[in-house]
Design a protein around this ligand. Structure first.
Ligand SMILES: NC(=O)c1ccc[n+]([C@@H]2O[C@H](COP(=O)([O-])OP(=O)(O)OC[C@H]3O[C@@H](n4cnc5c(N)ncnc54)[C@H](OP(=O)(O)O)[C@@H]3O)[C@@H](O)[C@H]2O)c1
Length: 284
C-alpha cells in the first residue's frame, strides 16, 4: 500500500471506493461535499443524522454521475416494518433510485431475522445493492467474519471504531479477517470525538495531531479499506482530504500517534465503551 489516492475494492461488492468516506452528521452545507466529490472522494454516507444539506449533495452528485459515487444510507430501526418506509423516504429526498449500501446501524448483537429479511427485500427490489452493519461490540465481528467466509452472511461490509487511542480492533477484529474473500472494512471515530485534536488533552509540551494524521492512522492499517470523516465545514473537509495526499504514516509518525493515543486513552474516557474494551486495562 503506497498511496491513499487510489480507490480500492470494497470487499467483494465490485464497488471501488475512495479511502476517505464522508459522514453527514455535522454537515449543513452541500457545496463543500460536492467539491470533495470533484476532488476524488466518492463515498457519501447519509447517517447517523440525515442532514438535509447532505441529501442535496447526494442529489447533485448523483445527477452528474450516479455510477461514479457510492451512496450509503443508514437505518437504526429495530422494527422491521419501519425499514422500507425509511429508505423510501431517503430515496425520494435524495432523488435517486437506489443506494449502493444500506447500513444497519449499531448492532451489538446480530439483528433479528425479520430485520435482515426486511433489508433483503429492499435489496431484491433493487432499492439497495449491498448490506453493511456497524457495531460497538467489536468481538461480535469475529462471528460475522466466520459467516462471511462461509458465504452465510447477509452483510458485505462491516463498520467499527478504530483510532490511535482505541486500538482494540488490532487485537479483537483485524486478526480474524481471512486472507481471501475479504469483506469491506470501514472505520469510524478517527479523531475520537475530537479528543485527539484537542491541545488541552495532550501530554505536556506536545502539540495536538492534525486531523489528517488521525485519518492516516486508521488508513495505515492494512485491514482498513476506508476511514470516515464527519466535517462540519469546508476547512475540515479539506483537512481530511489532505490525508489522501499525505499517504501512509511512517514508523516514527505511527509511534508518535500511538504515544499520544496512549496518553488520551489513559486520561480521558471514551464517550462510551465498545464491547471488547474491558479485556485489558484499557482499550489498547
Ligand atoms: N453507525 C455507527 O455505529 C456510527 C458510529 C460512529 C460514527 N458514526 C458516524 O460516522 C460519521 C463519522 O464520524 P466520526 O466521529 O468518525 O468522524 P470524525 O471526523 O472523527 O469526527 C468528527 C468530529 O471531529 C472534529 N473534526 C473533524 N475534522 C476536524 C478538523 N479538521 N479540525 C478540528 N476538528 C475536526 C469535529 O469536531 P467539532 O464539532 O468540534 O468541529 C467533529 O465533531 C458520522 O456521520 C457519525 O455520525 C456512525
Amino acid at each position: 500500500m503506497t498511496d491513499f489516492r487510489t480507490p480500492v475494492p470494497f470487499g467483494q461488492t465490485g464497488l471501488q471506493v475512495s479511502r476517505l468516506g464522508i459522514g453527514s452528521s455535522f454537515t449543513r452545507d452541500s457545496a463543500f461535499i460536492e467539491e470533495a466529490v470533484d476532488q476524488g472522494v466518492n463515498y457519501l454516507y447519509w447517517g447517523s443524522i440525515r442532514r438535509p444539506a447532505f441529501g442535496r449533495a447526494i442529489k447533485n452528485v448523483a445527477l452528474k454521475n450516479r455510477e461514479g459515487v457510492v451512496l450509503t444510507v443508514q437505518s437504526y430501526t429495530r422494527v422491521a416494518a419501519l425499514m422500507a418506509p425509511s429508505i423510501e423516504i431517503a430515496l425520494r429526498r435524495a432523488g435517486i433510485e437506489y443506494f449502493d449500501v444500506l447500513l444497519l446501524g449499531k448492532w451489538n448483537a446480530p439483528p433479528s431475522q425479520a430485520l435482515i429479511d426486511a433489508a433483503q427485500r429492499l435489496k431484491d427490489a433493487g432499492k439497495v445493492h449491498h448490506l453493511m452493519i456497524s457495531t460497538h461490540n467489536r468481538p461480535s465481528l469475529q462471528e460475522h467474519f466466520r459467516r462471511f467466509e462461509a458465504k452465510e452472511s447477509p452483510f458485505d461490509a462491516f463498520m467499527l471504531r478504530y483510532n490511535a487511542a482505541n486500538r482494540g480492533a488490532e487485537r479483537d477484529v483485524f486478526p480474524y479477517l481471512k486472507a481471501s474473500a475479504r469483506p469491506g472494512i470501514v472505520s469510524y471515530t478517527a479523531t475520537r470525538w475530537g479528543q485527539l485534536l484537542d491541545p488541552s488533552k495532550m501530554p505536556a509540551g506536545q502539540p495536538a495531531p492534525l486531523a489528517r494524521d488521525c485519518y492516516r492512522f486508521a488508513l495505515s492499517h492494512p485491514d482498513v479499506n476506508m476511514v470516515l470523516c464527519a466535517p462540519a465545514n469546508r476547512e475540515q473537509m479539506q483537512e481530511a482530504i489532505r490525508a489522501l495526499d499525505a499517504g501512509p504514516l511512517d514508523a516514527e509518525e505511527k509511534a508518535h500517534l500511538e504515544r499520544i493515543g496512549d496518553h488520551v486513552s489513559a486520561k480521558y474516557k471514551p464517550q462510551f465503551n465498545d464491547g471488547g474494551d474491558d479485556v485489558e486495562e484499557n482499550e489498547n
